[in-house]
Design a protein around this ligand. Structure first.
Ligand SMILES: [Zn+2]
Length: 68
């Protein structure tokens, strides 16, 4: 009956750590509000702070390309 004690002592909470080194913080280019953290190549979302549509950098360059 006393064997139950050993189990509880050795039992440690397992936390599912994820390596965050690869994650990038994304900020709104309009108001610098932090949008989210993650690893994505493209995103398309509305900033919760200024309500402007924020798109990934690659799309930005394409959109802002001015022909002179
Ligand atoms: Zn914003």
């Amino acid at each position: 009956m006393a064997a139950d004690d050993d189990k509880t002592v050795n039992e440690q909470p397992v936390i599912n750590f994820k390596n965050t080194d690869d994650l990038t913080d994304y900020y709104c280019p309009f108001c610098n509000q932090k949008l989210f953290r993650g690893k994505v190549t493209t995103f398309n979302m509305v900033c919760s702070n200024c309500n402007k549509l924020v798109r990934s950098q690659q799309d930005y360059h394409t959109d802002n390309e001015e022909q002179s």
